[in-house]
Design a protein around this ligand. Structure first.
Ligand code: SAH
Length: 485
C-alpha cells in the first residue's frame, strides 16, 4: 500500500481543523525551517509555528535557513539562503543553470523522488478535489511510468538570441521571468545536436555582422532559433525566426549548417520564419524554405507524422508513445468500435486508435491542426478517421443530436483547464462503454472525474506518466467505464 493512503486519510481528517498560528513574520526575518512538502510549482513548503512558508529551491527533507520576502497573514514567500542539512533526496543538478533558469523546477531532486512526488500529486488531487476515498484510488492506481533516461528527451528547442556585453551574439534562456538572456547552448533536456547547430548559427552571425534582435529597441534581425529533431528518423529541422523578410548570404548559411557533423543526425530542412511584430509569440505566421522539404518526418509507434516549423507535436516522443499505448490499452478496442478523440491536435491519438477501431472521429479547435491531421491520415493510408474543426463542447452535441453519431469509446486529451461542462454532459448522454481521459493537469482531471463518476461512470484505472522529467508537470491517463444499472 502506498504511504499516500494514510497521508491522504489524515489530511482529510485535519481538513476542517486549521493549525493554530502563533506568530506573524515580517519581510527580511530569517527562519530555520524543515521542508515538508512540495508545492504546485515545485517549491518547498515548510512551517514555523503554524505559519506556512513557500521556499523556491527547497527540497522536501531539507533543513534550510530562509529569508522572508513577502509576508501575508498566514503564509509567506521566502528565499532559500542556506541549506543547513540537505535532504536525502537532494542531488547535484546536471545543469549549472538549473536554479536561475527555472525551466527545470525539480533538477535538484533525485529522479526517483520526482516520480514519487508526481504520483502523490495525482493521488492527492483525486482525493481532495475528485472526492474519491484514498482506498478507492489506491485500488485503481497503477505505478507511475517514468523514463529510463530522464534527460535529452525533448525533440524541440527554441532558443532566444540576444547580444552579450561584448556585443557578441548569444543563445540561451530568459533568466527567471525576465527578458534578459543568459547564454547557454547546452540545455540538458534537449539533444546534443542543439549545441553544435546553435554555435554554428552564432559564429555565422558574428562573422557576417548579422545582429541579434533587441526586444526593447525592436531592432536587429535574429530573434529565435527553433530546432526540431525526429527521434526515430534522425531528421533535423532548423528554423530561424527573424525580424525581417530575408536572411543575408542564405547559400553560405545553409552550406555552413549542412557541413556540420552531427553523428547519426542529419539536417533535412532549413527554414526562416518572419516575425516582425512586437510580441511574445515566438514563431511568425508562415515560413520560407531555404533547404529541403520544409518538414521532417517522425514516427510514434507505427504511425508517421510530418512536422513543419509551425505544427504542434508532442515534445517527448519516447514517453508519448508510452502514453498513447496506455490510452490504447485502456480503450482495449476489438476492431469495430466507434471512437471519438476530443481535443485531437494533429490527430496523433486518433491515428493511433484508428488502426484498431472501426471509425474514429477527431475534434480540434485549431483549423491548421486539423489540416495536419487529415494530411497525416493520408500519409499513413488511414481512411477510417474523420476530423472536425470546432470546440469539443459544440461539435460533440451537434453531431450527436443532429446526426445521431454514437460512441463506444470517447478519448479526451484537453488542455490544462480540462473539459467544458457542456462537453462532459454530452459525453454522459452518449453513454459510451468507456471513457479514456488523458490529462496534463491533475486538478482539473479530478474535477472532471467527479462529474463523470457522479453521472453513471466508474473509475477503473489511473496511471501517471512522466512526460516532462525535471519539471513539475505530470500527465495522467484514466479509464472509466459505464456503470451497468
Ligand atoms: N491529443 C493531442 C493534443 C492534445 S493538446 C496530442 O496528443 O497531440 C490539447 C488540444 O486541445 C490542443 O491542440 C488545443 O488546440 C485543443 N483545444 C483547446 N480547447 C479546445 C476545445 N474547446 N475544443 C477542441 N479542442 C480544443
Amino acid at each position: 500500500m502506498r504511504a499516500f493512503v494514510l497521508e491522504a486519510e489524515s489530511m482529510e481528517k485535519k481538513k476542517n481543523k486549521p493549525e493554530k498560528q502563533l506568530h506573524t513574520y515580517q519581510k527580511n526575518d530569517l527562519v530555520t525551517v524543515t521542508i515538508e512538502d512540495v508545492g504546485t510549482e515545485g517549491e518547498g513548503i515548510g512551517k514555523v509555528d503554524g505559519y506556512t512558508l513557500f521556499i523556491k529551491d527547497g527540497v522536501m527533507g531539507d533543513v534550510v535557513e530562509a529569508k522572508i520576502m513577502k509576508a501575508k497573514k498566514s503564509y509567506a514567500y521566502a528565499r532559500l539562503e542556506k541549506v543547513l542539512t540537505p535532504s536525502p533526496f537532494r542531488i547535484e543538478p546536471l545543469c549549472q543553470y538549473a536554479r536561475v533558469c527555472g525551466g527545470c523546477q525539480l533538477q535538484a531532486v533525485s529522479y526517483e523522488k520526482q516520480l514519487w512526488f508526481k504520483e502523490r500529486k495525482v493521488f492527492h488531487d483525486l482525493v481532495r478535489i475528485g472526492g474519491f476515498s484514498a482506498q478507492e484510488i489506491e485500488a485503481v492506481m497503477e505505478p507511475i511510468l517514468g523514463m529510463e533516461e530522464p534527460f535529452a528527451y525533448r525533440n524541440k528547442a527554441q532558443y532566444p538570441i540576444g547580444t552579450d556585453k561584448e556585443g557578441k551574439p548569444v543563445a540561451g534562456f530568459y533568466a527567471g521571468r525576465t527578458h534578459s538572456i543568459i547564454a547557454n547552448t547546452d540545455c540538458k533536456l534537449g539533444t546534443a545536436v542543439n549545441k553544435e547547430i546553435l554555435e554554428a548559427v552564432l559564429d555565422f552571425m558574428e562573422e557576417n555582422h548579422i545582429p541579434a534582435y533587441d526586444e526593447t529597441l525592436q531592432k536587429g534581425l535574429v530573434r529565435h532559433v527553433l530546432i526540431r529533431c525526429g527521434f526515430t528518423s534522425k531528421e533535423v529541422m532548423v528554423c530561424l525566426v527573424i525580424n525581417g523578410k530575408s536572411f543575408p548570404k542564405e547559400k553560405e548559411f545553409t552550406d555552413r549548417l549542412l557541413s556540420l557533423s552531427l553523428g547519426d543526425w542529419k539536417i533535412e530542412s532549413i527554414c526562416i520564419s518572419s516575425n516582425t511584430k512586437n510580441t511574445n509569440v515566438i514563431m511568425g505566421e508562415s515560413y520560407e524554405v531555404l533547404y529541403g522539404k520544409g518538414y521532417i518526418t517522425d514516427r510514434i509507434g507505427d504511425v508517421a507524422f510530418q512536422i513543419s516549423p509551425l505544427s504542434f507535436y508532442q515534445v517527448n516522443p519516447v514517453q508519448t508513445k508510452e502514453l498513447y499505448q496506455l490510452a490504447l490499452d485502456y480503450a482495449n478496442l476489438k476492431g469495430d468500435e466507434t471512437v471519438w478523440d476530443l481535443y485531437c491536435g494533429i490527430g496523433t491519438v486518433s491515428l493511433f486508435l484508428a488502426k484498431k477501431a472501426g471509425k474514429v472521429y477527431g475534434v480540434e479547435v485549431i483549423p491548421q491542426a486539423i489540416d495536419n491531421a487529415r494530411e497525416n491520415a493520408k500519409i499513413n493510408g488511414i481512411s477510417n478517421a474523420e476530423f472536425f474543426v470546432g470546440k469539443a463542447e459544440e461539435v460533440l452535441p451537434e453531431k450527436y443530436e443532429k446526426e445521431q453519431i454514437r460512441a463506444d469509446v470517447i478519448v479526451v486529451d484537453p488542455p490544462r483547464k480540462g473539459c467544458d461542462e457542456a462537453c462532459l454532459k454530452t459525453m454522459v448522454r452518449m453513454q459510451p462503454e468507456k471513457i479514456v481521459y488523458i490529462s496534463c493537469d491533475p486538478a482539473t482531471l479530478a474535477r472532471d472525474l467527479k462529474y463523470l463518476c457522479g453521472n453513471g461512470y466508474q473509475l477503473k484505472k489511473v496511471r501517471a506518466v512522466d512526460q516532462f522529467p525535471q519539471t513539475v508537470h505530470v500527465e495522467t491517463v484514466c479509464l472509466l467505464s459505464k456503470l451497468n444499472v
